[in-house]
Design a protein around this ligand. Structure first.
Ligand code: HXC
Length: 522
């Protein structure tokens, strides 16, 4: 039988309830209404959508700031503008912080930073992902340098956590100043369209400094950062979709760098032969096709989750599943700029490759690349250094790596795109593959320059030489003869060949030479 509660204990319990209620209302009803009117959810509503029901354990609910400047001592809000804690997503432990825009615009005070640091430290110690739901006006202006210090404490931990545990940032409101640099260090930035912004300085400061007039949306909205800057990896039409997409993204990752990603059951009845792939490559090698059809033709149905969809579209990267196993896919896209490697596509792919390698996610690389993009714009902006990033990222990767050359693999781009020489475990090519130093026309014009110019019918001579070069080199068989390609396969068999190859390499235990760390050409 329950004991009767004394009057004084009852008062204490009621007091706790009042405090909990006060903390849960953040900056108050008026500000919550204003948040809703902007199409935004509150910090707690977001956590409720993100985590498994009833799994959230809060930390630091009653933390308050310690500032006494500018009348702040009279404005105390329990929790100080950020809700922190841990819970589960699909039964897996995650740590989370969710900034509360209704309290000082979600701005970061010393105490607010300490709460975030606490969950980051727990996440690192216990080996589980940290998820940041960002909605913040940046440094708490009234607090000055202690707020800057708080940011630096977070940036430092973001850096230490990099490669140790997955870090995902959702941007769900205006994120200004310091509020953008922590997300920038994390692995993935997801934005909600029309309600989220990221900028180092807002439109007013831009106008003062550069004279430019630009809206929040144009300067740092979801479309600007997904298509132009590449800062955002994923956009969703609204906050709920963004949080659901975040959960899906997380499902492809392990909880930390010592684990493998969860492997899902898969339906063995899924067609292992994919005959549609046999007819995909156009007769003319200059004609485009959509590499995403190749991806869909290989992976488990509806498992492809594209990253950086609207940025550097000549490269496609994303996660997928093959027989339930989580894989990273890196693919040239011949339907955009003929799939050429340029600065942005190299950076995009390199970053993704490094994520996969950090977290033991095997990689499937699909190749149809005419080479590196020539020109002054590319050279002056550093295609050499940036192309080298991708070369470096693949070369240092120790996870299982499978390559399928569907058509072109020319020049340095052949080497870069996970060739056998830089550590790929299995290299397949389709019969349509063309693997050579350069395209046949360019090659013939260089090596037969004299004969062509001295010929009576130089066009005929050129055509003959091009044909000759194509027959000799624009095939997969020279590479196969050397063992650079392990097998030339029918496109329809690609899925089953890849499943077997990843099974084969499942226990791969490759290690690079011991060192402090490499020096990727940043
Ligand atoms: C303290 C802040 C704040 C801040 C907003 N608020 N930003 N309080 N410090 N940084 C408060 C407002 O006073 C207001 O309080 C409430 O939050 C909502 O702000 P509004 O301006 O009414 O909202 P909105 O119109 O939606 O505009 C949001 C905003 C804007 C775009 C974020 O508030 C803004 O531009 N804030 C300043 C951004 C900035 O410059 N931050 C400092 C960057 S420097 P009430 O009481 O009315 O609800 C920085 C340095 C770190 O971060 C560098 C580290 C590398």
């Amino acid at each position: 039988m329950a004991r009767e509660i004394s009057k004084s204990l009852k008062t204490k319990l009621e007091n706790l309830e009042l405090k909990n209620h006060e903390a849960e209302k953040g900056g108050g009803e008026k500000r919550i209404d204003s948040q809703h009117k902007k199409g935004k959810l509150t910090a707690r509503e977001r956590i409720e959508i993100l985590l498994d029901p009833g799994s959230f354990q809060e930390t630091g609910k009653f933390v308050v700031h310690r500032s006494t400047m500018f009348g702040l001592e009279k404005q105390q809000f329990l929790g100080d503008g950020v809700v922190t804690g841990f819970g589960t997503i699909d039964g897996r432990l995650v740590y989370v912080f969710s900034q509360d825009f209704t309290v000082f615009g979600g701005s970061l005070s010393e105490a607010h930073a300490e709460k975030i640091v606490k969950v980051m430290d727990l996440a690192m110690k216990n080996g589980a992902p940290i998820i940041g739901l960002n909605d913040s006006g940046g440094a708490r202006i009234q607090e000055g340098v202690v707020s800057l210090g708080g940011y630096a404490d977070i940036f430092y931990r973001n850096t230490l956590a990099s490669g140790l545990i997955p870090q995902i940032s959702a941007i769900l409101g205006p994120c200004a100043g310091g509020a953008v640099y922590s997300p920038a260090i994390t692995d993935f930035i997801m934005m909600a369209e029309n309600t989220s912004y990221m900028f180092v300085t807002g439109p007013n400061v831009v106008k003062t400094v550069t004279g430019e007039e630009v809206s929040q949306e144009d300067l740092g909205g979801a479309s600007a950062h997904s298509a132009k800057s590449g800062v955002a990896h994923h956009t969703s039409p609204n906050e709920v979709a963004c949080l659901n997409d975040l959960k899906k993204l997380l499902s492809y990752m392990p909880s930390n760098c010592d684990e493998d990603a969860p492997r899902l059951d898969y339906d063995e009845d899924q067609d292992e032969l994919r005959p549609d792939l046999d007819s995909l490559i156009p007769d003319l090698s200059s004609h485009p096709y959509d590499m995403k059809e190749v991806i869909e033709g290989i992976v488990d149905q509806e498992s492809f989750f594209e990253i950086h969809k609207d940025y550097a579209e000549n490269m496609v990267v994303g996660f997928g599943r093959l027989a339930g196993r989580s894989i990273g896919i890196i693919a040239n896209q011949p339907a955009v700029l003929a799939g050429v490697l340029d600065i942005n596509s190299s950076k995009k792919a390199a970053r993704f490759v490094r994520f996969c390698d950090s977290f033991n996610i095997p990689m499937l690389v699909l190749v149809d690349v005419p080479g590196f993009l020539p020109g002054t714009d590319q050279e002056w902006n550093g295609i050499i250094t940036n192309g080298a990033k991708l070369l470096f990222a693949f070369s240092e990767s120790t996870v299982p790596r499978i390559t399928v050359i569907t058509r072109k693999a020319y020049g340095g781009a052949y080497d870069v795109m996970n060739s056998k020489h830089i550590g790929a475990d299995m290299n397949f090519a389709w019969p349509s593959a063309e693997i050579a130093v350069m395209g046949a026309k360019g090659a013939a014009e260089i090596i037969f320059k004299k004969e062509i110019s001295e010929s009576e019918d130089s066009q005929k001579m050129l055509d003959e030489k091009v044909k000759d070069y194509e027959e000799k080199f624009a095939t997969p068989y020279r590479a196969a003869a050397r063992g650079y390609v392990d097998e030339v396969i029918k496109p329809a068999e690609t899925r089953i060949k890849c499943i077997r190859a990843f099974d084969m390499a499942e226990n791969k235990a490759a290690q690079n030479p011991k060192k402090k760390h490499g020096n990727i050409p940043l």
